[in-house]
Write a protein that binds this ligand. Structure first.
Ligand SMILES: Cc1ncc(C[n+]2csc(CCOP(=O)(O)OP(=O)(O)O)c2C)c(N)n1
Length: 323
């Protein structure tokens, strides 16, 4: 039990850091300091944390357009992430990627990306590369419910089974595909049934319960590491914010939102930890430390220099040099 408490505290720390990061990103966006589009994953933190807690640094993660949580959970440094959102040269991608394209290869984060389902091919490719290079790394691919209706889903899952690749596919079903209820655009029995039909080992769990996610991912990752092929985790959760920071989500009722707020994965975990004897002071400290970390990240992002015009021509392919 002591191990579970310790694990729960570490889950809470990462979940709160993700939430604070995103709340500060919203402040930066509202203040006009962050260019581009920002998609928040507030309410979905348990999926990122429960899965990534099972990974080693040399494992890979491919993400979605809603990728801050996956990056933090995989170990990316929040100061560099915030600077990336601000478009600054100290960012994870020297300010060229922004919120939707954060990558940090040093921790195995292969990148957020703006193409729905785009991470699937990246994760499968990374798993195939690991196989060819004789590395032990596995790949995890996070994607939304919207991606299961796109071609890369069928292609990626099929390929991974044919080649028995070390990939965990994680479908984070946050109930919406942009402004549309995902249930209204997905035919048949849904994501898990499709994965099962293709031959993947599959589990469904409550995506707001970080321990349920952790335990299921643990089992599936053991299956993958034993060389028994890819696996699929279906994790229904809920997006508490709009699709992007400027979406007020008029397509759902305030009653629905209130009901879902009562199942907030962060406060659910806090209640469980208190029942297990963790002091409120310890929980409060986690919040204070996360807030301080993100305030520091904001301050250093603000002070950091923008990239120069010449930097636009570095680290890119086939566009030639400035004249
Ligand atoms: C190939 C492609 N089609 C359409 C879009 C526009 N688009 C951006 S996000 C989004 C919804 C994606 O829903 P889901 O995969 O469930 O992820 P969520 O936004 O719910 O996290 C769409 C359709 C896109 N980015 N890429």
């Amino acid at each position: 039990m002591a191990d579970r408490v310790e694990l729960g505290v570490s889950f809470l720390r990462t979940m709160v850091r993700i939430r604070e990061f995103e709340q500060h990103a919203r402040i930066g966006y509202d203040a006009g300091e962050i260019p581009g589009v920002v998609h928040l994953s507030i309410g979905q933190e348990a999926v990122a944390v429960g899965v990534c807690a099972n990974l080693a640094r040399e494992d890979y993660v491919a993400s979605t357009h809603r990728g801050h949580g996956h990056c933090v959970a995989k170990g990316a440094e929040t100061g560099a992430m915030m600077a990336e959102l601000f478009g600054k040269s100290t960012g994870t991608n020297k300010g060229k990627g922004g919120s939707m394209h954060i990558a940090d290869f040093s921790v195995g984060m292969l990148g957020a990306n703006g193409v729905v389902g785009g991470g699937i091919g990246i994760a499968v490719g990374a798993a195939q590369a690991a196989r060819l290079l004789g590395k032990k790394s596995i790949s995890v691919c996070f994607f939304g419910d919207g991606a299961v209706n796109r071609g890369p889903f069928l292609e990626g899952l099929n390929w991974s089974v044919v080649f028995k690749l070390p990939v965990l596919f994680v479908c984070e079903d946050n109930a919406f595909s942009a402004f549309t209820r995902a249930s209204s655009t997905t035919a048949g029995k849904g994501a898990s049934a499709r994965a099962e039909a293709i031959g993947l080992e599959t589990r469904s769990v409550d995506g707001n319960d970080v321990f349920a996610v952790y335990d299921a991912a643990h089992e599936l990752i053991a299956h993958i590491r034993e060389g028994r092929g890819p696996a699929f985790l279906y994790a229904p959760t809920y997006r508490l914010d709009g699709h992007t920071v400027f979406d007020k989500a008029p397509y759902r009722s305030s009653e629905e939102l209130e009901r879902k707020r009562e199942d907030d994965p962060v406060s659910d975990l806090e209640s469980r930890l208190r029942e297990w004897g963790v002091a409120q002071a310890q929980v409060d400290k986690i919040h204070v430390e996360a807030r301080e970390e993100m305030v520091r990240a904001m301050l250093s992002a603000r002070r950091a220099p923008l990239p120069t015009e010449a930097d636009a021509f570095l680290d890119v392919q086939n566009i030639g040099a400035p004249v």
